[in-house]
Design a protein. Structure first.
Lengths: 184, 536
């Protein structure tokens, strides 16, 4: 009987963990992607975070916001380790203070991350078809400016500058939307 | 640096196109003020969210479908790519441009065409498979999986991992490779690379460039890379027995292989006597022992692993293995549903010669992909084997380093001592460093000899095995995570022993191999400096 009870409790904890992780994952992914430019490396780190989170079925916070902050803390440690590990072959851009500051930035935006995604989606819809196709090549097809430029016969710098303009425009669009929301 | 210049560098960082010099500039700028880091974060959140939104909502894919009504989902991925590129290159005008996005530079002008809306995209096997896999989307109900076309595994990978780890079963309908009809005379693969390859006498002797038709083969020793007609590249390690089934499927009867499967060859299948492994776009390894125990390890991407079906029961359960994990099917055909991390000392060869860690090891030595954090920690090591790990890569040597053995000869502790002021690694060299270390068992009652040969992918330019030279070069060549200062129980004594001449390091005449003999009484270290891979 008590065994059944334990087993039910465990199943319930697992379900809670899965639900919380599902909600937190975009924020964690975003944080990692901000600090690790290579998608494959970012994916590996995300998986390491998932492994660590999953191993803590007895100790994870059950409140969603705290869970996300807690998971970000785990992700921060993995990112710190990554940068130390790759120091000898990569350009070291971020020091530990920066990695922590960016973690705090993500933690403070965790609760409105979904709404940011929704705003971003609307902003993307306002882009030209061509700009959206370029974003698809960069983000969905995972092509770097050099590869895109080679295929198009355009200088990689031309592609980089266009991507920069697109991101700036999207950042402005998000800012405007947030301003409108905060203005009664 | 101006604000605008900094934003440009931040964007180049996101696009993985930041030069080393610019990375340094960006670093200095970020260090200036916390506000700069906040500005970085403001753009980073857009960058990271873009990927999330574009991949999970598939905005680009939907747009593509709308623009290209003639596209069917069976179309090759490349042609879809070609279409997108063409679309970007050729469209002159857009009637939706409320944001200040300028056209791509230097675009040729052609009249715009207004595309028809696509009626029915259909579903190809891959989409269908992803759809079914997203049966594990119990956590992701807000996303329509049928709209996830490309890289769907990135946002779901960790969800998959969590689901696997907490024991929630993924009951997938077994993905079936879409296989062409078999013709025994039709070549299905080509031997494209080989190293020290010998075939079993009962097996046809295949030489480089030869085609292989469906049938049974046996490798006695060495490595063979087969390029399947489908594009999948399979590296077989002898000894092994295998059967080629068709251009995209094979059976591994005993032995080991690794496979790299490009997108176009997705669903490449490896069957073993007890298991079925179907690639889902990936790099993976499979090993089968003589009793049929099968291990599948995923280095990148994911595979579907299931027990072999002995009837037509399509509901046989399997699991999706994601990168970094392995699992097994035992000789009875029982699937282990709890994937484990791939151990550091796994024995799969992943490449023949391209990679930094492409060492050919024979004898009492194992390759460690991750270095030991502290060289004192003997539990990191196999007690009967030495370990070798990559310490650093592409290190440029700015001044001559004395005491490095650069000749092709046999070194002992005595000869390392003799050359300490005469031989040197010259300035201007660029090297990768590998550490070979043996921490013997705690008991020193029995003196044993461990012997090994390490074959490197590029020539050995130098070898170090004296304590002073280690200390002088740890900063330059050492791995940043390894504490080299306390080594084993023989504190401070590094290198091979001077007690007698049992310990030897021999550099082969072609500089590609080192043969090492070490006795088991004391800890031994040898640092190899090999020529770095030329920049691409």
């Amino acid at each position: 009987m008590s065994e059944n009870l334990n087993s039910n409790q465990n199943a319930s904890r697992h379900q809670d963990l899965a639900r919380l992780w599902s909600a937190a994952q975009p924020v964690i992914t975003g944080y990692i992607r901000s600090l690790v430019a290579k998608p494959d490396d970012a994916e590996d780190i995300l998986q390491q975070v998932a492994v660590t989170v999953a191993a803590k079925t007895d100790s994870f916070p059950s409140e969603p916001h705290r869970f996300t902050s807690w998971s970000l803390g785990i992700a921060k440690n993995k990112v710190l380790h990554y940068w130390r590990d790759h120091k000898y072959k990569n350009n070291l851009i971020f020091n530990s203070e920066m990695i922590e500051q960016i973690e705090r930035y993500y933690a403070s935006h965790a609760s409105d991350y979904n709404s940011l995604s929704a705003t971003l989606e609307k902003c993307i819809e306002q882009l030209t078809d061509r700009a959206r196709l370029l974003l698809q090549l960069r983000y969905v097809r995972d092509m770097r400016p050099k590869e895109i430029g080679q295929r198009l016969g355009i200088s990689p710098r031309g592609i980089s500058v266009t991507l920069l303009r697109i991101r700036k425009a999207l950042r402005d669009c998000i800012d405007r939307a947030e301003q409108q929301k905060s203005t009664p | 640096m101006t604000h605008e210049q900094a934003i440009e560098l931040i964007n180049q960082y996101f696009d993985e196109s930041l030069s080393a010099q610019d990375a340094e500039q960006l670093k200095l700028w970020l260090e200036e003020k916390p506000e700069h880091v906040d500005l970085f974060a403001r753009y980073a959140i857009v960058h990271a969210s873009l990927e999330h939104v574009l991949v999970t909502r598939d905005i680009g894919g939907t747009l593509f479908a709308m623009l290209n009504p003639d596209h069917t989902s069976e179309t090759e991925d490349d042609s879809m790519m070609g279409y997108i590129l063409n679309e970007i290159s050729n469209k002159e005008h857009d009637d939706l441009d409320p944001l200040p996005i300028e056209d791509l530079p230097h675009l040729p002008a052609t009249p715009p065409t207004r595309p028809r809306r696509k009626e029915d995209t259909g579903k190809d096997h891959e989409t269908d498979l992803i759809f079914r896999m997203a049966g594990l989307r119990m956590y992701r109900t807000e996303i329509d999986p049928a709209r996830q076309q490309r890289r769907p595994w990135f946002p779901v990978a960790a969800t998959v991992m969590i689901a696997a780890l907490i024991g929630l079963a993924f009951i997938l309908t077994r993905p079936q490779a879409q296989l062409p009809a078999i013709n025994a005379d039709t070549p299905v693969a080509t031997l494209t690379k080989a190293r020290d390859l010998t075939w079993h006498e009962d097996s046809a002797a295949i030489t480089l460039g030869d085609s292989l038709t469906p049938g049974s083969y046996e490798i006695r020793s060495g490595l063979a890379r087969l390029t399947m007609q489908s594009g999948a590249k399979v590296l077989l390690q002898g000894p092994c027995k295998f059967e080629l089934v068709n251009a995209n499927a094979m059976q591994l009867i005993t032995g080991q292989l690794t496979a790299k499967v490009p997108r176009k060859a997705k669903l490449f299948a490896v069957n073993t006597p007890t298991a079925e492994i179907v690639d889902l776009g990936t790099e993976f390894g499979v090993s089968v022992d003589p009793s049929g125990n099968t291990v599948a390890a995923v280095f990148k991407g994911k595979v579907h692993l299931a027990p072999a079906s002995h009837d037509d029961d399509e509901s046989e359960a399997g699991l999706v293995l994601t990168s970094g994990l392995q699992s097994s099917v035992d000789a009875r055909g029982i699937l282990n549903t709890n994937p484990q991390p791939i151990p550091n000392d796994h024995a799969f060869f992943r490449t023949l010669n391209e990679s930094d860690y492409d060492l050919q090891l024979t004898g009492d030595v194992r390759f460690y992909r991750s270095p030991p954090i502290d060289t004192r920690l003997t539990e990191h090591y196999l007690r009967s084997h030495a370990i070798v790990f990559l310490e650093s890569a592409n290190t440029h040597v700015h001044s001559d380093i004395l005491g490095v053995g650069t000749e092709t000869r046999t070194y002992t502790a005595a000869t390392f001592n003799e050359i300490k002021n005469t031989d040197f690694l010259p300035a201007g060299t660029t090297v990768d460093a590998y550490m070979l270390q043996f921490n013997p068992p705690d008991t020193v009652d029995s003196q044993l000899l461990v012997q090994m040969t390490v074959r490197f992918p590029r020539p050995i330019l130098g070898v170090i095995s004296r304590p002073a030279i280690f200390r002088n070069t740890d900063g330059l060549f050492g791995h940043p995570l390894v504490n080299y200062q306390n080594t084993g129980k023989t504190y401070g004594v590094r290198g091979i022993e001077r007690v007698d001449t049992v310990d030897t390091v021999t550099i082969s005449p072609d500089r590609m191999s080192a043969t090492v003999s070490l006795d088991t009484r004391l800890v031994d270290q040898v640092r190899f400096l090999i020529e770095s891979k030329p920049a691409e």
